[in-house]
Design a binder for this molecule. Structure first.
Ligand code: ZN
Length: 199
């Protein structure tokens, strides 16, 4: 099931990158186009988008963790569910905007807004990738000024013993927002000792 997001890698690669969720983008674009053309109601649209997002966030997490959906623990599910709940809350506001007519004759704007929901799965991918480490945030999780356009990554140097690591927020791409630049300075590294974050 994690192949919803993308086929799991055969071998763990050093420089694995989150894949752009092309299929998700396409599905969201199709659903939103159907709403623009008034082939479906706002309610139907919201329901279908919500279900799709829930599926893809779980798949993104599993793919990042390089495990099958069936291997997700209740703790994993809780983590991802919190992200999904947040997205569904945003989606509720989006649906209200549709009903208020804010996207009448502004289909392009709506399509762009839908695309950002797809990008948000990158943050969930990073949550899976860094599974088991109590990190304060993840690239693309929306907690930076660059929101889902974040190209940063976590590097985790696992240390000896149980639950020990140094984690580095690494800048990616050429444009860095203020939040990410600050994190690259402050979280260089953050220390995790005995499974606890030391800040
Ligand atoms: Zn960033």
């Amino acid at each position: 099931m994690s192949d919803l997001f993308e086929e799991p890698e055969e071998e763990e690669e050093e420089e694995e990158e989150p894949e752009a969720p092309t299929t998700l983008k396409r599905i969201l674009a199709q659903l939103t186009q159907a709403r623009i053309d008034e082939r479906i109601s706002t309610d139907k649209w919201q329901h279908a988008v919500g279900q799709t997002l829930s599926q893809y966030h779980l798949a993104a997490y599993a793919h990042g963790a390089n495990i099958d959906l069936r291997q997700l623990t209740p703790k994993d599910h809780n983590l991802v569910q919190a992200v999904i709940d947040n997205q569904l809350k945003y989606l509720d506001g989006y649906a209200t905007a549709w009903n208020q007519g804010r996207y009448n004759d502004r289909g392009e704007v709506a399509l762009h807004r839908s695309e950002m929901y797809a990008a948000a799965t990158i943050g969930t991918w990073w949550m899976g990738k860094t599974r088991g480490w109590p990190l304060p945030a993840w690239p693309g999780d929306g907690t930076t000024q660059c929101k889902t356009n974040c190209n940063c990554s976590w590097r985790i140097d696992v240390l000896e013993g149980e639950g020990n690591a140094n984690a580095y927020w690494l800048l990616g791409g050429s444009d860095h927002c203020q939040t990410c630049s600050q994190r690259a300075e402050d979280w260089a590294p953050i220390q995790i000792r005995d499974g606890d974050l030391q800040i």
